[in-house]
Design a protein around this ligand. Structure first.
Ligand SMILES: [Ca+2]
Ligand SMILES: [Ca+2]
Length: 361
């Protein structure tokens, strides 16, 4: 094997003989932050060759990711005894040396694939990736050069599916405030910001919390996120959330909004919606998201833990929950007051909370 490599290296310094083929790649489309296979191919079969060497130069912002601890995956189209060496020459250039240990010919078609990754902050547009300084070495130590080729990397929009924002149904006590939680189903990369309108029915409003804001950005998101809030009128509030450093919006909790309902609002279920959702990238390209809506149910006033609604939290409330769990429902049982953890079920967990509350009285 060592001799083969030596013969190959010696051949690279010998003079060229005629055209033997070339290395090429198909154009590839990527989103910022995405990794994709980039297949390199031979334009024609190359017989009696020890191997081929070529350089691949990536544009700024792109890298090759390793897969099974190498960046070079040889195609199964080629002989099974092929070996690939790769050297990172710096400045985005990688040198590949592919050789067959048994002098089998290189077949036309797929040669090897690379895991090409676009950086999170790569701007949308077209970028060249070049295969150059191609040299084929034959069994006599003769060298054939080829000029190489260029393919195009198209960095396209980063947008997730058109429905990416979700809000769950919630209950809110008459005259009180409850958090409305917004979540993202997919990450959003290379995004300057998200803008959306929150439409509330009559009788609902936004309430400032102890920090003086009507909302809080989730701790799961980048810590440099900012938010502007504008009352558009007619119960519509416009939120604009943006990252100063083009950080990724990660899937999961995005923000909580402090929703308030007036005491006069009849006990019923109402719909709140997120609409006119816009995502914008650094190129000013915009994308619409379908938004979301949720049911908000206004419940009678109650005190969490005061299950029998007699104005105090004591052992009778714990007894009520025990009876409820034993399917011996008490005459007065305020479900929402008993469901302390608000998961829609009465369990021993709620009983534990209530016993805790009675001891705190
Ligand atoms: Ca009570
Ligand atoms: Ca519960």
């Amino acid at each position: 094997m060592k001799q083969r490599i030596t013969a190959f290296l010696v051949a690279l310094f010998c003079c060229a003989i005629g055209f033997a083929g070339n290395i090429q790649a198909d154009d590839v489309s990527l989103k910022p932050g995405e990794t994709k296979d980039l297949m390199l191919s031979l334009t024609s079969a190359v017989s009696d060759m020890v191997g081929v060497q070529y350089d691949v130069t990536l544009p700024n912002g792109f890298t090759l990711e390793t897969k099974e601890s190498t960046v070079c995956q040889l195609s199964q189209n080629q002989a099974s005894d092929m070996t690939c060496n790769v050297n990172d020459l710096g400045n985005g250039t990688y040198r590949f040396m592919i050789y067959s240990n048994s002098l089998q010919k290189l077949k036309a078609g797929e040669l090897m694939s690379l895991n090409l990754k676009a950086g999170n902050n790569v701007a949308l547009g077209n970028y060249p990736i070049s295969m150059h300084d191609v040299a084929f070495s034959d069994t006599d130590g003769q060298l054939t050069n080829a000029e190489g080729t260029t393919a195009t990397i198209k960095v396209t929009n980063f947008y997730p599916a058109a429905t990416n924002i979700e809000i769950p149904d919630i209950k809110i006590m008459s005259g009180k405030t409850a958090p409305l939680s917004l979540t993202l189903l997919e990450s959003i990369r290379g995004c300057v910001g998200i803008q959306f309108d929150l439409a509330l029915p009559d009788g609902f409003s936004l309430e400032k919390d102890a920090t003086g804001k009507e909302y809080s950005i989730s701790v799961y998101q980048a810590n440099d996120m900012s938010c502007n809030l504008t009352a558009v009128g007619n119960g519509v509030y416009r939120f604009m959330i943006y990252s100063n450093s083009l950080k990724e919006f990660v899937p999961g909790e995005l923000m909580n909004i402090n929703l308030k309902v007036s005491e006069e609002k009849p006990l019923d279920t109402y719909s709140v919606s997120i609409q006119d959702v816009l995502l914008s990238d650094i190129g000013g390209n915009a994308h619409n998201d379908n938004g979301a809506s949720a049911n908000v149910t206004v419940t009678p006033p109650y005190t969490p833990g005061d299950v029998n609604n007699d104005g105090v939290i004591d052992s009778q409330d714990a007894d009520c929950v025990v009876n409820y769990l034993l399917e011996d429902a008490p005459a007065t049982f305020i479900f929402d007051a008993a469901d302390i953890n608000q998961d829609g079920k009465i369990t021993v967990i709620d009983l534990g909370y209530i016993i805790n509350l009675t001891m705190a009285q």
